[in-house]
Write a protein that binds this ligand. Structure first.
Ligand code: ZN
Length: 293
């Protein structure tokens, strides 16, 4: 599933053709993705303009001139493709060919910018929802989300407070969208390695008894921000399904330190450890048992 850097990469790919542009024509080829589309989906979009395209955690938020916000989620396999008259992204030019593209192009936006933006989602775990802007804070999809990890408010003190007394693993805590939003398996593993903190450590140990942040909370927050920024700069990571909106692939996967590197040497300078894979809450965790304490 795409994590924050992949969704941010998609946002940056869509913004130039969607921001300031009007939905001239909207086609919904089926009535549902993960959930049913709003009944008046097409009517509430056509003729409206996108004022701004933002992101909250793994959700894309298109602010519309009507006062609605189009809330979009890529799910497991969703992707957008942008076609322009002068620039057709050709998926066949890349090694993950987007086969059966048309059959899975469920929603197509023809924008006044001249671009056609199509949402393709073979597994249909993606979603699109229209929410009045005034109701956005109360929107169930967004309401429970924790802080944005790249936002100014996300700090060691905040992480310590959220984890204080929490008797789950740090891996599970950092994957919890209520504690910090947008992280998943890959970037949690990567951040823990960069911070030299074990994924098996109890979450409560990022806080002192008083609730003040332990020094490892500071290292973790720094590592989370750094890995996300590096991944965004690389255009996200491409595993099976994620691709940039021009059809090309992000390449942060070549910079993974531990993820999917079981049996390889730990990249921490001076560390002689070997990356190990364990299973935590049903998901693979990759870490170095030598330098991650
Ligand atoms: Zn190591």
């Amino acid at each position: 599933m795409p994590e924050l850097p992949e969704v941010e990469t998609v946002r940056r790919g869509l913004a130039p053709v969607m921001e300031g542009a009007r939905f001239d024509k909207v086609e919904a080829h089926r009535g549902d993705l993960r959930w049913p589309l709003p009944k008046d989906f097409v009517k509430r979009l056509e003729g409206r303009s996108v004022i701004g395209l933002g992101r909250r955690a793994k959700y894309l938020l298109a602010d519309l001139s009507s006062g609605d916000v189009l809330v979009m989620h890529l799910g497991m396999s969703g992707s957008f493709r942008v076609l322009r008259a002068d620039h057709e992204a050709t998926p066949g030019a890349h090694y993950h060919e987007r086969s059966k593209a048309l059959a899975h192009d469920h929603v197509v936006f023809q924008m006044s910018s001249g671009a056609t933006v199509s949402f393709n989602d073979p597994r249909r775990f993606g979603s699109m929802k229209l929410v009045p802007r005034a109701a956005l804070d109360a929107e169930p999809l967004l309401r429970a989300l924790g802080p944005e990890p790249l936002g100014n408010t996300f700090s060691a003190a905040m992480l310590a407070e959220a984890c204080h007394g929490k008797r789950t693993s740090l891996k599970a805590a950092l994957s919890d969208q209520k504690i910090v939003a947008g992280l998943g398996n890959i970037y949690v593993c990567e951040a823990l390695n960069r911070a030299h903190v074990s994924p098996k450590r109890m979450a409560s140990t990022v806080a002192m008894r008083s609730g003040a942040p332990h020094e490892r909370a500071v290292r973790l927050v720094d590592a989370i921000k750094a890995v996300l920024n590096d991944a965004i700069a690389a255009g996200g990571s491409s595993l099976r399904d994620h691709r940039r909106t021009d059809g090309s692939l992000g390449d942060f996967q070549h910079n993974f330190r531990v993820y999917d590197r079981e049996g390889q040497q730990c990249p921490t300078p001076g560390c002689k450890g070997t990356i190990r894979r364990i299973v935590q809450t049903g998901r693979s965790t990759f870490y170095c048992p030598v330098c991650q304490k």
